[in-house]
Design a protein around this ligand. Sequence first.
Ligand code: ACM
Ligand code: ZN
Length: 740
Amino acid sequence: LHAKPRQEINVVPRPASIRPMSGSFSLGPDTRIIASDETRPLAEMLNEHIAKTYGFKLQIESRQTQSKNVIVFSADANAEAESYLLRADKKIIRIEGRETGLFYGLQTLIQLLPADSKVKPEIPAVEIRDQPRFRYRGMHLDVGRHFFPVEFIKRYLDLMARYKMNHFHWHLTEDQGWRVEIKKYPRLTSIGSRRKETVKDQLLDPFTGDGIPYGGYYTQEQIKEIVAYARSRWITIVPEIEMPGHSLAALAAYPELSCAGGPFEVGTTWGVYKDVYCPKEETFKFLEDVLEEVIALFPGQFVHIGGDECLKDRWKACAHCQELIKREGLKDEHELQSYFIRRIEKFLNSKGRRLIGWDEILEGGLAPNATVMSWRGQRGGIEAARLRHDVIMTPTDYCYFDYGQGDARREPVHNGGYLPLDKVYSFNPAPAELSAEEQRYILGAQGNVWTEYMKTPEKVEYMVFPRLLALAEVVWSPQESRDYGDFLRRLPSQLARLEREQVSFRIPEPHGLQDVLTTDDRPVEVRLESFVPGSKIYYTLDGSLPDERSKVYEKPFKVSLPLDQKITLNTRVVASGGRASAVYSALLLRRNYREAVDYTGNLRGLMFKLVEGRFASTKDMDGAATVSSGKTDSFELSRFDRRSDYGIIFEGYLKVAGDGVYRFAVESDDGSVLLIDGEEVVANDGLHARQTREGYIPLRKGFHRFTLKFFQRGGDAGLKIWWGRRGERMETIAGNVLFH
Ligand code: ACM
Ligand code: ZN
């Protein structure tokens, strides 16, 4: 990958339109920048980058006096707000746009320069016309669970701006810490910003603390500094002040704002606490005072008020809350939550601000002007868009950067979940089930970074990069032009830059590292390539974990595979600066075909058996009571007379048209296993979330026994199965290949 010629356009996010031309522009100390007073800050930013990278500075002039070797920033008051035109030929580079557009044009220009500072700075001749797909392109950071210093916040903003992200959702208050100075309520920070200790590792049950006091907050002066810093990078900060839940730190400081009165301690463990704000007048007075100071600090239109995960236990037991429910004619505690949010919205609207809340604010009725941040999947967002409310998509499935990026046994400790780079890339924030009119309410999407298991800036960088790059393309680039393969082609030049700046991104698995399953007795070829220019791939084939004494991958090599003997190829990528990846593995196996079984039936479809129970694994389904059974020609779950907790066992015969290695993929929510001739091919057990897993098996032409076990616990069910010969397109498994 990195061996490709440097003249390629490696911009991320991919611009809307790229027209390559021939030749290139050579940048050198004699190059001039032409900028007006208005565009001079951009010229200076470019100069700063050039000085840092190449060690020289360019002269900035207000009038163009030479016809070549110039870079021109040209303000175009008629351009769309965020769009720009960048035209580079042998003589001139010209960037046109309005303020924000010019800034994005500059980011693109910087990315067109070679990532390697030792390479002669040439820019390929090109015409780029660019504008974003969505107007809200967000990154979030939770500074409640762990606190991050001002310098890191600035670096985060710099990195966001490089990838044309324009909203920073700053999660400033949590059960575990209040992080913003509020002059009127000094105890919020003197008490609420400190916890006596933090849970040790993942020892939540029983709780084991580390015994180390922890704290931190931003002064209003620091906030102003960060707001100005963000503004000069065209980033709007969305401050979040959580209510009514996730407010234990505030209650520790002001226990009278709770239902039961306290005393409380700032949270030391993760999760959801029962003590929340009590909706009494004194609480509203407090919150309005707090929001008043927050509004004065943050100029953006949006204020996020949380609204998620508010347990109702205390409200149910509180005389005031119950009396308020009666007085206001509310149905229940959900409507009381809605009452709470509506009052806060009225206040924010009266100050000219707009309220954002997590999708729980739909429960009990949406406040009239609220924007919904859809995190529990996209359903809340879809519902809100249909109600003509603005929506920001942040579903856990695609946008939770606290989820793991690879094999959980090898990755550094994290919140669970699995969200690899390609999954982020595959996200489309505009659900097809919405009409074009309804889709207009989808403002964009955002990556969320909950920091329970991110104690340091380095860990945040590890979790955020390179996934942020994939998300940037999701929200910026036209959907029809997106191509993961092309994204991967552009990735090395981005990683080279991040590496040079010592951003602790997760080093991706080497390209070409994949499980090999063959029936062929010829040796298999291993061909690897690192995505990180200048890195080395260390590997072993004996099951040991590679380190810097292991073999270094130099060129493709062959491995002989003895029959039925699993060989593990373990790799570790070490970047030129010395940073090492986790161990990434592939399984190499030669085995024989599964011979076909005798089957002479010709009835299409499968037998099914529905069993009842709340299962944690498909193994629990053995011996469960059968509710119904029969024949089916579909996996469509609505066909079955099912309750919320159940399992289904499907059995039949799969018709295989020719010898080959077959690939199966199962998407299920919750768990499933697929067995062919009794052999487990895909296991999706115990994940309790929608997941797709794959497996391979070599099959002879003819019939093979097909068994699929699936269970569901509450919520929305889902089950899909695809198959195909290895290397070919996969298709949904259908009745024409399944017999009973
Ligand atoms: C959330 O993840 N609780 C919004
Ligand atoms: Zn109460």
